[in-house]
Design a binder for this molecule. Structure first.
Ligand code: 3H9
Length: 699
């Protein structure tokens, strides 16, 4: 028995004449957990000892061949036998082994197939080595066997991209020997017979000499360092592949060490947290239950947001009725949707046929009454409560009973919006992120009265749109924008007190963000923050130091960022350069406020910014706006460009530790005790030594 899983439950063998069949049956994805490794090793050795069979055929039950190592075992003490050892036994088997691939043979799963002596794939199958996406490298022979079978360049491409290779390509590259149709067991029997009658040739990969080209390896290494400077595992992948010119035993040792090096990094833990987190957000009771059918969607508002939402629905094959108040607005909306779809075609994300089908499913209309037959309406108009309430009042009168009424508001109170209808149970928030047809995050906001089936339908829609739906409760800004408002203030304080916008951006880009906060603001439009500051001016907390003066002055000049050609940066000649006039504005504001600029190190900038993010993220978990820390993490990975290899703000917080964070916050509080306050939840965690990961486990 291994970890409560019986070996006999996951590996079975049967013999028929000269043929031995081994079946792996470890749902859901036949991962090579401890029991599978023990079972496979014993099966190979028992069949060889018995000496009756002349060929072994290995296949998997269920929906797929194996998806590789059981990722849940990583980070725990390793259990023998290791997968590389088992696969060496497979390769050394005196009786030839043929593998039958169906579904997706990924990572250690594909490595099993590479260690067998012939590979037959069932039509539609895919193979791949996605370890790099988990901060790892193929550690069970993939870096040694794939270049031997398919050449250096192909191996580097597959290992560094982590992509799933269609079986036709795998056949062309000689990675699989043939592609057939049929059920895995039938194909396994047929393949075994072909080995016996000599129509399917077997070969030992370890006896093939790998093609080797130092120049290709050097150029690849330089490329990964340039493209992914923060990531540890891509360079290790190249290092391991570079050992494929050694005798295989030595090459495997280099691979093993490189794999263990990757295993030790926090990046591996962050990326695996991201893998499971993406699935965990919808693995909750609220997302399950019965749903309402959504076959036709209404989108109100043809601006950037509404058009992006409509594009996303159309790409998913959902007909959309787009509503605008005036003909020119409607025309602009249709033009934006067409542009979005054309962009998806040129990026290779959509076929021309699907683009044409999507356009055919779009019905523009100036009549709100035309929404009487849709199953879901998504309102995406200005962020003004009275406008939204007016629309929802009308929708209540127009829409059929049972239709779901959603608002794409980024911060307004869904419950108040729902009061303008007689059906608050049908109302929820569906907060998309711009550009809505590209960004994968969807905050699903539960109102006080939102029906359980309405909420579950929100999750079903997210899945259909291939988005990551995260449950959020009502508050100003929900999960993401509420946290952003808090750490955005920290960035503003850093500039007010001594850092330059460029230094803040550089420090955070070095930390792993694709863009620093000032570049992001320039991209989003500085007028958006300006409007929000004006809107909140009356309710601003007088005890809180105001930090908007610099941004206000930039906006007063009409500089709204990229769209006006200047903001914190100038955009005249392509690559952004610091706007020299902003430095003058900063000096003037500091002088007027009597601030003597301080020197901040890049490390200090990152620490303050990240601590501010963690503080508000902790509060969002504490007050239940987010269900668990992992929900906050996924909001940031999929909606805010947070570096995936750091797992999300609260996963990152665990790498610092609650006690160290409390100490940090108390240190900053000496400068500004109003802004820097320790959340109770963090103080409690510091006292009892618990972590955000513990809270995830509690659910
Ligand atoms: C590796 O192999 C290292 C080796 O080189 C060396 C070793 C020494 N382990 O995605 P789904 C779970 S590294 C454990 O929703 P789909 C998943 O969490 C590994 N669990 O289904 C989910 O659980 P739940 C390299 C796994 O049909 C359920 O299975 N391999 C694993 O949309 C269904 O998954 C990879 O990186 C796993 N390996 O997609 C492949 N995989 O139901 C990772 C999945 O509780 N897996 N689960 O939420 C995938 O890419 C997709 O799961 C796959 C199926 C395409 C297979």
């Amino acid at each position: 028995m291994a970890d409560g899983v019986q070996v006999a439950d996951v590996i079975s063998t049967e013999t028929a004449d000269d043929i031995a069949l081994i079946c792996i049956d470890n749902p859901p994805v036949n991962a090579t957990g401890h029991a599978v490794r023990i079972g496979l090793s014993s099966a190979i050795s028992d069949i060889n000892s018995a000496g009756k069979a002349k060929v072994i055929a290995l296949y998997c039950a269920g929906r797929t061949f194996t998806a590789g190592a059981d990722i849940r075992e990583f980070g725990k003490p390793p259990k023998q036998p290791s997968l590389p050892d088992v696969l060496n036994e497979v390769e050394r088997s005196a009786i030839p082994v043929v593998s039958v691939i169906h579904g997706t043979a990924l990572g250690g799963g594909f490595e099993i197939a590479l260690a067998t002596h012939a590979r037959v794939a069932i039509k539609g199958a895919k193979v791949g080595l996605p370890e790099v996406l988990l901060g790892l490298l193929p550690g069970a022979g993939g870096t040694q066997r794939l270049p031997r079978l398919a050449g250096l360049s192909f191996a580097l491409d597959v290992i560094l991209s982590g992509r799933q290779v269609p079986v036709s390509e795998a056949l062309e590259k000689g990675v699989v020997d043939r592609v057939v149709e049929g059920a895995p067991r039938d194909v396994a029997l047929a393949a075994a017979r072909q080995v016996l009658d000599g129509t399917l040739t077997t070969r030992r990969t370890d006896r093939i000499e790998a093609e080797y080209d130092r120049a290709v390896l050097d150029a690849t290494l330089e490329g990964v360092r340039r493209k992914a400077p923060h990531l540890f595992s891509p360079a290790k992948c190249v290092e391991a592949v570079a050992a494929c010119n050694l005798p295989i035993d030595e090459g495997l040792k280099v691979e093993r060490q490189a794999f263990l090096d990757c295993m030790e990094t926090p990046q591996r833990a962050g990326l695996i947290h991201a893998f499971f987190g993406e699935r965990a957000v919808s693995n909750i009771a609220e997302a399950k239950g019965p749903t309402r059918e959504i076959a036709k969607i209404g989108v109100i508002g043809g601006g950037t947001m509404g058009s992006g939402i409509a594009t996303s629905c159309l790409i998913a094959g959902l007909p959309v009725r787009l509503i605008e108040v005036a003909a020119d607005g409607l025309e602009r909306g249709v033009a934006t949707i067409t542009k979005n779809l054309d962009g998806a075609v040129s990026r290779g994300k959509l076929s021309s046929d699907k683009r044409d089908a999507a356009i055919a499913m779009l019905e523009p209309s100036l009549e709100m009454e035309s929404l009487s037959d849709v199953d879901l309406v998504i309102e995406a108009v200005f962020e003004q409560m009275d406008v939204k309430k007016d629309i929802f009042g009308k929708l209540d009168a127009i829409c059929k009973p049972g239709a779901i009424l959603a608002s794409n508001t980024s911060y307004l109170d869904i419950d108040e919006i729902a009061t303008s209808t007689n059906r608050p149970g049908d109302v929820l928030g569906l907060h998309f992120f711009s550009p809505a047809h590209v960004m994968r995050l969807l905050e699903i906001v539960q109102g006080k009265h939102t029906g359980a089936d309405v909420l579950a339908s929100g999750f079903a829609l997210a899945k259909r749109l291939k988005k990551v739906g995260v449950l959020a409760q009502v508050c100003d800004g929900f999960i993401g924008n509420r946290i952003l408002a808090h750490y955005g203030l920290c960035a503003a304080y850093l500039v007010l007190d001594g850092a330059s916008p460029q230094q803040v951006d550089r420090a955070l880009e070095q930390f792993g963000f694709a863009m620093g906060p000032h570049k992001v603001s320039d991209l989003a439009g500085l007028d958006i923050g300006w409007m929000t500051r004006k809107r909140k001016a009356e309710t601003r907390d007088p005890a809180q130091r105001y930090a908007g003066d610099i941004a206000d002055k930039i906006c007063e000049n009409g500089w709204f960022g990229r769209k006006t050609g200047q903001g914190y940066y100038l955009y005249d000649s392509g690559a952004p350069v610091p706007n020299p006039e902003v430095a003058g504005i900063i000096d003037a504001v500091r002088a007027a406020k009597g601030i003597t600029p301080k020197d901040f190190s890049d490390e200090d900038i990152v620490d303050r910014y990240m601590t501010a993010m963690i503080v508000e993220a902790a509060r969002v978990v504490e007050d239940g706006t987010a269900k668990r820390p992992v929900d906050v993490d996924m909001v940031f990975l999929f909606g805010y460009g947070f570096p995936r290899f750091r797992g999300g703000p609260l996963h990152y917080a665990d790498t610092i530790g609650a006690a160290a964070l409390v100490e940090r916050i108390e240190g900053y509080a000496a400068e500004d005790a109003h802004y820097w306050r320790v959340p109770d939840i963090l103080r409690k965690m510091a006292a009892d030594g618990s972590t955000f990961a513990d809270l995830n486990k509690e659910g």
